[in-house]
Design a protein around this ligand. Structure first.
Ligand code: 0PR
Length: 381
């Protein structure tokens, strides 16, 4: 047995070596530093099981409020709190299969969908048919309709803010197809859910995100742009009956049911999410989204001014770019050696910066300085 002092000193040592978002070096991750009220709430309710609303009624109370607050952006308050985009996507497809009749065991989605859709389909023994798309463009609704006709899937998945490039599929057009063919449509807005409604309102992007008549579910991560502690996400359904389909009978529990994929679940993150959303408010998320987009455009322009870089214009605050001199994976390693953490966009063979709420212009300037240093003497400088 080790003494608590020893354990604490090892923890502190690890902590000092662990990158922290506020230091400004994490420029590729879709997570961010949680809002302090979330950390406070998390610690206060660290003991509660989110799967036991009888013992801990706060779980149900706050879940309802949280769904109403965020759901007002999309026009639904029905849904459930989950542990992340992956759980939300798996559950959405599980519900889709439960409610669909006369369809094939197939899901149709553009090739830009997140890997958690592959995971969901593998878990359910479902065939995932991917429509090849340019990673910089939304799926073409006419082509999507052809796939729907050909495969008669039980669900279609599109993305509102793809992981690699931030592209937003045209939810309204796809919704019309879903309605026409009576197929379940899930919109994965894990990343874009707290950006799109605001950027659309300000005319920054054309596509909106809402429960158009053909949309069955929308997932939105709170541990991404919501600034809630991990693990926090919401899955919205267009009607309450779908929520019941995401629940399982468990008669030994006081409540008799268990909703979602986890059994015992961190109730603390639900309470923390509620506190963070209350503290930031929709007006705070709106300001934040505009600031993120502004910083992303600043980066885009700066990169575009550099001859040694090829950069793709961002739709949402994700800026993908590549060096004309170095392979993108080499480039990412070189930046890693400079203490800057970026992720890849393999479909574009590019590096990508995700301008999360913690990313400032100063952080971007430090990245640009490192890039200039790496390319100096190359003939391009
Ligand atoms: N849908 C989309 C569009 C996503 O981008 C992600 C995650 C998910 C679903 C799954 O969400 P969870 O990871 O919450 O289950 N996107 C990030 C990615 O794959 C996840 C991430 C975040 C990875 C931070 C690394 C990291 O440091 O890049």
């Amino acid at each position: 047995m080790e003494s608590l002092d020893e354990i604490i000193s090892r923890l502190k040592e690890w902590y000092s070596r662990t990158p922290k978002h506020f230091e400004g070096t994490i420029l590729g991750s879709m997570t961010t530093w949680p809002h302090p009220i979330g950390v406070y709430a998390y610690q206060l309710f660290i003991h509660i099981n989110g799967n036991d609303p009888v013992l801990f009624p706060i779980v149900q109370e706050l879940e309802k409020e949280l769904l109403a607050m965020i759901g007002s952006l999309y026009g639904s308050r029905y849904g459930l709190f989950t542990s992340g985009g992956t759980e939300s996507n798996i559950l959405a497809l599980f519900v889709a299969r439960r409610v669909s009749r006369g369809k094939n065991n197939v899901v149709v989605a553009p090739s830009t969908v997140h890997a958690s859709i592959d995971k969901a389909c593998q878990l359910m023994g479902t065939r995932l048919v991917k429509i090849p798309v340019n990673p910089l463009s939304p799926v073409d609704p006419d082509i999507l309709e052809k796939y729907v006709r050909e495969y008669n899937p039980f669900a279609v998945v599109v993305t509102a803010g793809t992981t690699e490039t931030g592209v937003v599929d045209r939810v309204k057009d796809v919704s019309e197809i879903a309605l026409k063919h009576d197929v379940y449509l899930h919109v994965d807005a894990a990343f874009g859910g707290l950006l799109i409604p605001f950027l659309h309102k300000h005319g920054v992007i054309d596509t909106d995100l809402t429960f158009y008549p053909g949309v069955s579910s929308i997932s939105v991560d709170l541990h991404k742009n919501g600034r809630a502690p991990i693990p926090s996400s919401l899955l919205f359904f267009r009607s309450e009956t779908y929520v019941d389909k995401a629940c399982f009978e468990m008669n030994y529990l006081p409540s008799g049911v268990n909703c979602g994929l986890l059994g015992t679940r961190p109730g603390a993150s639900l309470v923390a999410s509620w506190a963070v959303v209350k503290a930031i408010g929709l007006e705070g998320y709106e300001k934040q989204a505009l600031a993120q987009q502004d910083t992303a455009l600043y980066l885009f322009k700066e990169l575009d001014n550099r001859e040694f870089i090829e950069v793709f214009k961002p739709v949402l605050p994700i800026v993908a770019w590549r060096s004309k001199l170095y392979d993108y994976e080499v480039m990412i390693k070189k930046l890693f050696n400079e203490g800057i953490f970026l992720y890849k966009s393999p479909s574009l063979k590019a590096a990508r910066v995700v301008v999360m709420p913690h990313v400032t212009r100063e952080n971007i300037d430090a990245l640009l300085k490192a890039l200039d240093k790496i390319h100096s003497g190359s003939g391009y400088d």
